[in-house]
Design a protein around this ligand. Structure first.
Ligand SMILES: Cc1cc2nc3c(=O)[nH]c(=O)nc-3n(C[C@H](O)[C@H](O)[C@H](O)COP(=O)(O)OP(=O)(O)OC[C@H]3O[C@@H](n4cnc5c(N)ncnc54)[C@H](O)[C@@H]3O)c2cc1C
Length: 274
């Protein structure tokens, strides 16, 4: 059971940050993950009065407050137009509508869960995390950082000419993914992220520098950089490359061998969808 002695709705980010420095206190988003554990905390710190529950869209970027729910991501027209529906696809399998109406973007990203669809998706976009004390850092850097007691204020997605796709495999509907893949073609570079390996999602970048090292066949890079259609042969080669480049593991949902096979298939499908 999860219990707390006090509940505090923070009036400012500074107040929330000060309270969160005490190890016995706990910052919450939707509280859906933390309530699953057995834990007794001093004060739970709620950010829901700070106006961080909106998605702002400008010509250059999307600014997604940490208290935005997964359902807001799923339904946001601008985000889904920009990502070719990939954002919606990345969250729509998570449990159910009521759940997604409560689970927050802040809790999903700050948790850096190995199974995270949301994190996998963000790693294929030009995305950043804005931390209250730590400033703005690329998502790819944040994902491998050690957990600290900072506050994730918002996610920033910079708009770049590109296309995006998302694929996941689940043993049964609404379960955690067995493997998740997101692909983004941004400014002539290909970003592939692989999540639910079952370790934390990783990002692979294919550009002029590493295409030869990756053993990709001639023409793949040109196709990517010139915005041409990726052929089935090229998509297959990209799947092979990703399967060889990313470490996978075994857990109760699937073996490492099965996950490696899934990488081949899902990366191929995502690249064809691009
Ligand atoms: C049964 C179940 C099934 C799930 N299935 C999936 C799935 O298939 N795919 C998937 O991607 N996810 C899945 N999730 C995870 C879910 O989508 C959310 O990511 C998760 O619940 C965390 O979001 P939350 O808002 O509930 O955060 P909380 O549980 O409130 O917080 C999670 C952690 O983040 C910290 N935190 C929260 N907000 C902030 C912030 N702004 N700054 C700093 N730290 C913060 C908290 O202190 C806590 O440590 C599942 C969760 C559950 C419980």
């Amino acid at each position: 059971m999860f219990t707390c002695k006090e509940y505090k709705k923070a009036a400012t980010l500074e107040e929330a940050w000060q309270l969160n420095q005490k190890r016995s206190n706990l910052l919450i988003g939707g509280m859906l993950w933390v309530k699953m554990g057995h834990r007794s905390v001093g004060t739970v710190i709620d950010l829901s009065d700070l106006g961080l529950d909106t998605i702002e869209e400008t010509e250059e970027e999307f600014r997604i407050g940490c208290m935005v729910t997964l359902r807001q991501l799923e339904k946001h027209e601008g985000l889904n137009a920009y990502t070719n529906g990939a954002i919606c696809e990345s969250v729509r399998h998570i449990v159910g509508v009521q759940f997604r109406n409560t689970a927050t973007v802040g809790g999903s990203i700050f948790g850096r869960f190995g199974f995270s669809d949301v994190l996998t998706m963000m790693l294929a976009l030009d995305s950043y995390v804005e931390l209250y004390k730590g400033g703005v850092i690329p998502m790819s850097e944040f994902v491998s950082r050690k957990r600290d007691r900072d506050i994730l204020v918002r996610i920033i997605i910079r708009k770049r000419p590109g296309s995006f796709a998302y694929q996941s495999m689940r043993n049964t509907k609404t379960d955690f993914p067995v493997l998740a893949v997101a692909a983004g073609r941004i400014d002539g570079r290909l970003f592939i992220s692989i999540g639910a390996r079952p370790m934390r999602a990783v990002q692979l970048v294919t550009d002029a520098k590493n295409a030869a090292d990756a053993g990709l066949p001639d023409g793949v890079l040109e196709t990517i950089s010139e915005g041409g259609k990726i052929t089935p042969e090229q998509a297959k080669a990209l799947g092979e490359y990703a399967a060889g480049a990313v470490a996978v593991g075994t857990n109760l949902r699937a073996s490492a061998e099965y996950r490696q096979e899934l990488i081949r298939v899902l990366v191929k499908r995502a690249c064809l969808a691009l």
